[in-house]
Design a protein around this ligand. Sequence first.
Ligand code: PEP
Length: 268
Amino acid sequence: MTTVARPVLVVANWKMHTTPLEASDLAVAIAAATSDDAIGRVICPPFVALAAVAAAVAGTGVEVGAQNVHDRPFGAHTGEISAPMLRGLASWCIVGHSERRRDQAETDDVIGRKLERCLESGLRPILCVGERLAEREAGLAEVTVRDQLKGASSALTGKGELGQAGLVVAYEPVWAIGTGRTARGVDAAVMAEAIRDALDALGWPDAAAIPVLYGGSVTSSTMAEFIAEPSIDGALVGGASLKVDEMAGIVARAALTARARVAQDPVG
Ligand code: PEP
């Protein structure tokens, strides 16, 4: 794999927070406080707030993502949302978040089909992978993440579609999500490299160009440690993304690094 400049991205995952009205107000405030074209900014509100947030951020450069999508394009699945339904509302979609793997028992197969659905509908997937604490302590962090990537890639492998997926991966150690405990930047960087190596081995074209974000209790104070690592291209932010000041600090820190990277490697 050759080294390439990758875009820097900050993705806000609002989880099950905000009514449509609250989401609209928060999105307006965050868009204004983070205005910077050096990086990509994505807000992923609850489904019911997608339309409100899309309207609120129109013209600001902030993009909108869904937090999930069903693994079938349509059918008798009461209460579910399919990828075609998201057209016009979202351009990104989080897939395989550990809270869904845990709460909805989502398997890598299901997650792979969700990637396929995203691809069919032009949604850019943000695929979440990460090990549990016991797996890290047993020295199985890389193996766990490799298996998750393999399982999730299986729906696309052999169909010549991998290169068109516009994939972003979020490395999110499960023990760091919502716990206030973060991985060390150096450890997350090792995992980001392992993720690109694994994607390359799985046949993803141009794996070196796939952005890998870190996620797990990122705040404006901890962002620097992660974005300082050249293999990490931004953050997936949960709790702190509901606070305007925190988002302003996170985006400002990420944008600083994005500019420095472009200055070092202007042609990419
Ligand atoms: C997440 O929801 O993906 C996440 C990383 O949450 P938090 O930042 O709250 O740990």
